[in-house]
Design a protein around this ligand. Structure first.
Ligand code: PFF
Length: 453
């Protein structure tokens, strides 16, 4: 620990360090793996349209609210609510966030493990030469249905996450994100250009960008909102925890705006790679689910010069992007146990990381090993419960808490300490108090009907 860190929790070295870490949390598998998957499954361009509305109108609002709570209280996701409203049940929001983040971590790390496995596959030459969609499909299926491999890859990801977290926020998170995020961005732009210039790419582009509003329904709305919260890392207290390390003089509005913008841009670009490629090289359906990205990326690598190298670079960066997200998922709970239960950082990291590993075993095996015992798709179930329902509940409660319970004066003052004019105040307050809660309540009322179809 350096001089700036007076206690176990640590502080961001600078505003830019915070932005990088928050962006690192937001950008990850959610953008590159999950976004194309749900766009493909739920109607293409119309989903993208609802998604962007969800980010602009509600995602940004909730993100700013979380950062405000964090910076005002300088506490973890549970302590923060207790600090503002002592001895009231509001800290349940924080506990819900803790539970959600550990559960998401459990299956998220399984997919991150696949990225690690795909790096090794690419490095060992599996994708050298011309790859057809049938071959890519088969390689994926063989890979994920090998239980031992899935468990090893999963273990490696949880292990790396736990080690980084046990070393502390500053040294752990800052160093990674600063260098590698920009490289990922450049690579994605390059691949998008390559995908868009494939012969036959235009059909994919219109699937992705030309909305067919007759496909709009409750399922699209539910999953678009779930995806927005998941991708922005909101609704579970991560931005509260990260916000607690921000300095008072920083501008929270531009921070929240930047993180939301960068996150949406990366997801959008990932779609610009996947859909043109998918339609230009037919054989894989847009509705392919969790395997979509793993099946489609090797196709584009087989079509570009030095594809082997770009493939290795891509899976390395995907893994790094995933790990800057898994560390944020683990940090939420670790910060709580350090602050409120006086655990050491090491103890908190290892116990919670170990717990997430045990919890994730059924998900790691649900694409293969588990099939001997049961057909239940654990990963899919966890994803619906935690990424869609629980994040929406968390976001709703955060809006109600900041907009109605805390009283709007304090949060506004908190923003003003780093942004005296706070020009978008009326819009933000309107979204926080009225628009976001109403939309989220409607979604939650219809959730059962939407899911059971
Ligand atoms: N936002 C991350 C992503 O898009 O990959 C995933 C994630 C991280 C979700 C942290 C939720 C979270 F709290």
């Amino acid at each position: 620990m350096n001089g700036q860190e007076q206690n176990q929790r640590g502080h961001w070295g600078s505003k830019i360090a915070f932005i990088f870490a928050a962006t690192g949390s937001a950008i990850g598998l959610g953008n590159i793996w999950r976004f194309p998957m749900v766009v493909g499954k739920y109607g293409g361009a119309v989903f993208v349209f609802v998604y962007i509305l969800a980010v602009v109108l509600i995602g940004f609002t909730v993100m700013l609210a979380e950062m405000i709570i964090g910076r005002h209280t300088q506490r973890n996701a549970i302590g923060a609510f207790e600090h503002i409203k002592p001895r009231k049940p509001w800290k349940i929001i924080g506990f819900l966030g803790l539970l959600t983040s550990i559960c998401i971590l459990s299956y998220y790390s399984v997919i991150a493990g696949w990225a690690a496995g795909y790096f090794v596959k690419t490095a060992s030459g599996t994708f050298r030469g011309a790859i057809t969609s049938q071959m890519s499909d088969q390689i994926y299926t063989n890979f994920v249905s090998n239980p031992l491999l899935a468990l090893i890859c999963f273990f490696v990801v949880i292990g790396i996450t736990t080690l980084i977290i046990s070393k502390g926020v500053q040294s752990g998170i800052e160093r990674w994100t600063k260098i590698l995020m920009p490289v990922l961005f450049i690579l994605i732009i390059y691949l998008a250009i390559k995908a868009l210039t494939l012969p036959g790419a235009s059909e994919g582009l219109s699937f992705y960008l030309k909305p067919d509003f007759s496909k709009l329904n409750g399922t699209v709305v539910l999953f678009a909102f779930g995806q927005a919260f998941f991708s922005l890392s909101i609704g579970m207290g991560i931005m509260i925890t990260y916000g607690s390390y921000i300095h008072k003089s920083d501008n929270l509005v531009t921070s929240a705006g930047w993180v939301s913008f960068a996150d949406t841009l990366i997801a959008f670009l990932a779609g610009l790679i996947i859909f043109p490629t998918l339609f230009a090289i037919p054989g894989i359906a847009p509705t392919a689910g969790p395997g979509l990205v793993f099946k489609v990326f090797p196709l584009i690598f087989s079509k570009i010069p030095n594809g082997h190298f770009f493939g290795m670079l891509f899976f390395t960066l995907l893994l790094v992007a995933a790990i800057t997200s898994t560390i944020s998922l683990l940090e939420v709970s670790v910060a709580y146990f350090i602050d409120e239960r006086s655990w050491s950082r090491k103890k908190a990291a290892f116990l919670l990381g170990g717990f997430a590993f045990l919890l994730g075993i059924p998900s790691a095996l649900s694409s293969g090993g588990m099939k001997f015992f049961t057909d239940i798709d654990f990963m899919g179930k966890f994803d619906i419960i935690f990424a869609n329902i629980s994040l929406a509940v968390g976001a709703l409660l955060i809006c109600i808490f900041v907009g109605w319970i805390w009283g709007i004066k304090k949060p506004v003052e908190e923003v003003r300490s780093g942004n005296p004019r706070f020009r978008i105040r009326p819009l933000w307050v309107f979204s926080l108090k009225f628009l976001s809660p109403v939309v989220l309540i409607i979604i939650l009322i219809f959730i059962k009907k939407i899911i059971t179809g």
